[in-house]
Ligand binder design. Structure first.
Ligand SMILES: NC(=O)CC[C@H](N)C(=O)O
Length: 359
């Protein structure tokens, strides 16, 4: 059937809709990776968003058992130029369209994705609706994603421990990607995953060696209530923050975040480590960034910077063993150039142990 995406600025794009035809609202963003649609659609950080893929052919390697980043699809909709309903890969268990259909995720194909992306780059990430009737589209009742509380929708409600490694990491789940957990397990950690609103006291009882604040969807400023706990954790344990976790640590220490006109979503964002001058190609998925001027007096210094737009990509604290990164060292999709940052975190934990031993 014919389907349309109507942007908040009034523009309409026509394509072929694969789905029930019900109106779907969300924030429209674009992703530039050539592969990785399965990871994107199951990454909880995309909750509330419809994703335009700039790569012109999506679906050609199907959907497999292993590449999901969570247990279900999280995006509101996929918008593509050409969709392949084949699965030309030996691991493929289902076609993309069949998978999306089974989970009621609409796919709009035959769209001039280049034109939409140009519009998003001019006007910014904005509200959009996928519909079969573009004449009456209105956004009056649809609250912008920035003002929605999306983390409670993707965080877990129970505490669960994985692995039995040497370092015990408590990962606070704001909508974590499975690959982060897998990386920590791969590097020999035991990981306890806790709900996003777990108190300091409950985490203390778990006796962590380190704390990891995960990625997650939405505006970090919607999580004001969590900031005192986050600060307390970072002042007590070696702490790593990834993406939303990085933004929350910055806010907790008094810095500010702001929204980029259009986010960084793709697998080839260049980032420089100012301490070593090493450049990483990184996997990214975010709308918000930490404001550099606001770092003054927080104890944080900008250690990682995006080479394309000079935005902050990570922080180091001058007093506490706290490492924060806006990009994704676990990759998936994307290059694993920066995965050794997990080892840096583990080293921070070991050093803290030594400090304690000599204290
Ligand atoms: N991947 C993430 O954790 C994203 C963080 C935040 N939701 C943003 O868009 O900036």
């Amino acid at each position: 059937m014919k389907g349309y995406v109507v942007l908040e600025n009034g523009e309409v794009f026509e394509g072929t809709l694969h789905g029930s035809g019900e109106d779907v609202y969300g924030e429209i963003v674009f992703f530039t990776g050539m592969t990785g649609y399965q990871e994107v659609l199951s990454d909880p950080s995309f909750k509330g968003q419809m994703v335009v893929f700039t790569y012109p052919l999506i679906g050609n390697y199907g959907v497999n058992e292993v590449d999901f980043e969570s247990t279900k699809p999280q995006v509101d909709a996929l918008i593509v130029s050409e969709v392949s309903n084949e699965g030309f890969h030996y691991e493929s268990g289902s076609s993309l369209l069949t998978y999306c259909d089974n989970h009621s995720i609409p796919v709009l194909s035959g769209i001039d994705t280049r034109a939409i992306v140009k519009r998003i780059r001019e006007h910014g990430d904005m509200r959009a609706v996928l519909t079969t009737d573009p004449t009456n589209a209105t956004f009056d009742h649809y609250i912008p994603l920035d003002e929605q509380d999306v983390v409670p929708k993707v965080s877990r409600s129970t505490v669960q421990t994985f692995g039995s490694g040497e370092q015990h990491i408590v990962m606070v789940d704001f909508g974590y990607k499975k690959s982060i957990l897998e990386s920590l397990l791969h590097y020999g950690c035991k990981v306890t995953v806790v709900p996003y609103d777990t108190t300091f006291e409950v985490i203390e009882e778990l006796q962590p060696d380190g704390v990891l604040l995960s990625n997650g969807p939405g505006n970090p400023k919607q999580l004001q209530e969590q900031l005192p706990t986050i600060k307390n954790l970072a002042e007590t344990y070696p702490t790593m923050g990834i993406c939303l976790g990085h933004q929350l640590l910055a806010l907790a220490f008094g810095a500010n975040t702001e929204k980029l006109t259009f986010g960084h979503r793709g697998a080839n964002q260049p980032v420089i480590d100012k301490e070593t001058n090493q450049v990483y190609m990184t996997s990214q998925n975010h709308s918000y960034v930490v404001n550099e001027q606001s770092l003054e007096g927080t104890g944080f210094e900008a250690r990682y910077v995006n080479i394309n737009d000079q935005s902050i990509e990570g922080l180091a604290h001058t007093l506490h063993p706290v490492l924060t990164i806006q990009f994704h060292p676990e990759a998936h999709p994307g290059p694993s150039d920066s995965e050794q940052l997990f080892l840096t975190f583990i080293e921070m934990i070991r050093n803290k142990g030594r400090e304690k031993a000599y204290a």
